[in-house]
Design a protein around this ligand. Structure first.
Ligand code: SF4
Length: 294
């Protein structure tokens, strides 16, 4: 059972009692907070589709990456309380607006409030959109509920993971978590240009960190050579978070850096997924976190 008491929802396993006001690494209370719920058009085409992805952005994060473009909600705790009943209403309202799926962004630390809102099963696919740093024990509680996992695989470099997210064990933890996600969903299923089921692994190229990206591509190519799992390469790094004044994170990715990772993907035979347009590095990708839809 997933609970805020003695919290072990994520691999940090802080063991704090969030139901009594104790705070762990994520700094999040024992009540779900969200900052925006709206149709979102900036995901991959098979996720956003023509009608938009019904996206709920939860506040806080178990990774607290120093480069996070959504830092106002992930690091600064901006958001409003949403209990299970309100969440259910939000999901149904987004579906009424035409959402082709419900997209839970950074939900792990609020699962005790989110899970009751997921039954009865929603009439559109349910996406679990997360940073990849997940506990297998927690993921097992989601089996049968999640249609699509959208995990990041941010780091193959432990030192970088420790520096930017305080998680030196990220490469091993994320790899294990992604294998569990794929076990649950099976291969990707696309129908009428819409992702209905499966796992798509995202990787954001960071400035000055090409080797980190090549390591992620290597791991993915080794484990999913058959095209059953999609890979999405992202160029949209924008210097906005707390490390945005520290080189090399004070700049966007260069065209050469991005091309190097893209070429390695091709050489490794990864042709099942998406490569974001290089021009994507801009602030337009950061939604307005103004409690819309909450
Ligand atoms: S969800 Fe938060 S409090 Fe719970 S283990 Fe993870 S970081 Fe710690």
């Amino acid at each position: 059972m997933l609970t805020y008491e003695h919290c072990t929802l994520c691999p940090r396993a802080c063991g704090v009692d969030r139901s009594r006001g104790e705070l762990g690494f994520c700094r999040m209370p024992g009540t779900a907070l969200a900052a925006r719920a709206a149709l979102h058009y900036w995901e991959e085409p098979i996720v956003s589709g023509s009608f938009g992805s019904g996206t709920v952005f939860f506040s806080g994060c178990t990774l607290r990456c120093g480069f996070c473009q959504n830092y106002t909600i992930s690091l600064e705790q901006y958001g409003a309380p949403v209990d299970s009943s309100r969440l259910r209403d939000i999901f149904l309202s987004l579906i009424d607006e035409g959402a082709q799926n419900i997209n839970l962004v950074t939900p792990t630390h609020f699962l005790p409030d989110i899970l009751p809102a997921l039954t009865p099963k929603l009439p559109v696919p349910l996406l679990y959109n997360c940073g990849g740093y997940e506990s297998v024990e927690t993921l097992r509680q989601l089996e049968g509920l999640i249609d699509i996992y959208l995990p990041d695989f941010k780091y193959s470099d432990r030192q970088l993971a420790a520096q930017l997210s305080g998680a030196g064990d990220y490469p091993e933890v994320a790899a294990t978590a992604i294998l569990e996600m794929v076990r649950q969903t099976g291969p990707c299923v696309v129908q009428d240009d819409q992702l209905l089921q499966g796992t798509m692994v995202r990787h954001l190229v960071l400035p000055g960190c090409v080797d980190n990206s090549l390591g992620v591509v290597d791991w993915f190519a080794d484990h999913f050579p058959d095209g059953s799992v999609f890979f999405s390469l992202m160029a949209q790094y924008t210097p906005l978070g707390p490390v945005s004044k520290t080189p090399p994170f004070d700049r966007t990715v260069t065209e050469e850096e991005y091309a190097a990772v893209e070429s390695w993907m091709e050489l490794c035979g990864i042709d099942h997924g998406f490569v974001q347009d290089f021009a994507a590095a801009r602030r337009d990708y950061v939604p307005d976190f103004d409690l819309t839809g909450i």
